[in-house]
Design a protein around this ligand. Structure first.
Ligand SMILES: Nc1ncnc2c1ncn2[C@@H]1O[C@H](COP(=O)(O)OP(=O)(O)OP(=O)(O)O)[C@@H](O)[C@H]1O
Ligand SMILES: [Mg+2]
Length: 319
């Protein structure tokens, strides 16, 4: 039974090392094999998708097999392209004697807090816009929880920032126009820098709407105390932001066949936490994924793991 209709944008979040990348890759593979054109995007600066698929990924979208496309986002390159672009537009549209000051400002912007995150969010927003035209499904493998939640706050922050900047620019543009009028010069009627900033803001706002309407967040955890506590906080934070939680994936459950007194003690502890999870997330879809004897690497391992994923995670979104 499907608990909630599948959505075309799927996010995986959770504490470090719980299995986000592995489960995102298995989900993307499973979706691709149902015929959905699927893009798997890694937004974690410490990428590991290349390792999971056993191939070198270079920041470009690569087709791994039929219907399955994979990309590791290079946020630093994206940030630097963005600042270069702003600088090029500025150089074309402002007085030459203002350029050194603008260049100094942009040099600071390159390393300012938030620049990388905004660039990363911009790339994510563009991939969201590729769905449904180029891809039926986009799966995001994110960095550990705190980072992802900060990233999701960016559209609102950037909107405020762009608006402030827009007001400044418009003041300056107003003065420019006035002086150009007085000098009888011709005036360009559009400002290329503002146009780029407004484009970016509009894209971020569209992305924020898509995140609310078309995205499901799956929280990955292992049955241990700290991941359970972090999942409680993450769920509340997502809820506060009006985002949809698809369900919980409790990974690395020791199978009943794991023998020996040591493993049996671990297993009993895990079972206690599984009960606690059921009590603390009564309204949530909770699916369990077993611990495999070895790390997951390559398409065969992923396919095997994928066969145990909940159907509402893999099924195509309804039109
Ligand atoms: N069900 C499983 N059975 C066996 N090994 C697993 C399972 N799930 C994950 N692993 C292994 O655990 C390790 C960590 O998994 P993964 O990289 O997917 O975690 P992550 O949450 O993405 O980590 P990070 O927070 O560093 O991005 C990997 O070596 C992976 O192969
Ligand atoms: Mg990872």
């Amino acid at each position: 039974m499907l608990l909630s209709p599948p959505r075309p944008l799927t996010f995986f979040g959770g504490k470090g090392g719980v299995g986000k990348t592995t489960l995102a890759a298995a989900t993307a593979l499973a979706a691709a094999r149902t015929g959905q054109r699927t893009l798997l995007v890694s937004t974690d600066p410490a990428h590991s998708l290349g390792d999971v698929f056993g191939r070198h990924l270079d920041g470009q979208v690569q087709e791994v097999e039929a219907n399955l496309f994979v990309v590791e986002v290079d946020a630093e390159a994206a940030a630097s392209t963005h600042v270069d672009d702003v600088e090029a537009r500025m150089s074309r549209s402002i007085d030459a004697d203002l350029l050194p000051a603008v260049r100094r400002h942009l040099a600071l912007a390159r390393t300012a807090p938030g620049t990388l995150e905004a660039a990363l969010f911009d790339v994510m927003a563009r991939f969201m816009e590729d769905c449904p035209e180029r891809f039926d499904r986009v799966v995001f493998d994110t960095a550990p929880t705190g980072h992802t939640l900060r990233l999701l706050a960016i559209p609102a922050l950037l909107s405020a920032w762009v608006e402030g900047l827009a007001r400044q620019r418009e003041k300056v543009a107003g003065l420019d126009r006035m002086s150009q009028n007085m000098l009888g010069q011709e005036q360009p009627d559009d400002d290329p820098v503002m146009a780029a900033l407004h484009d970016r803001r509009a894209r971020f706002e569209r992305a924020a709407i898509r995140l609310r309407d078309d995205a499901a967040f799956w929280l990955v955890l292992i049955p241990e105390r700290l991941p359970v506590e972090e999942t409680v906080r993450a769920e509340a934070a997502l809820h506060d932001q009006g985002l949809h939680v698809g369900g919980l994936l409790v990974n690395r459950r020791l199978p009943d066949s794991a023998d020996g007194t040591f493993l049996q003690a671990r297993r009993e502890q895990q079972r206690d936490y599984e009960q606690e999870i059921a009590q603390r997330f009564p309204a949530r879809r909770v699916a369990t994924i077993e611990q495999r004897p070895r790390d997951i690497a390559g398409l065969d391992d992923l396919r095997e793991l994928a066969s145990t994923l909940p159907p509402d995670l893999v099924a195509p979104a309804e039109e």
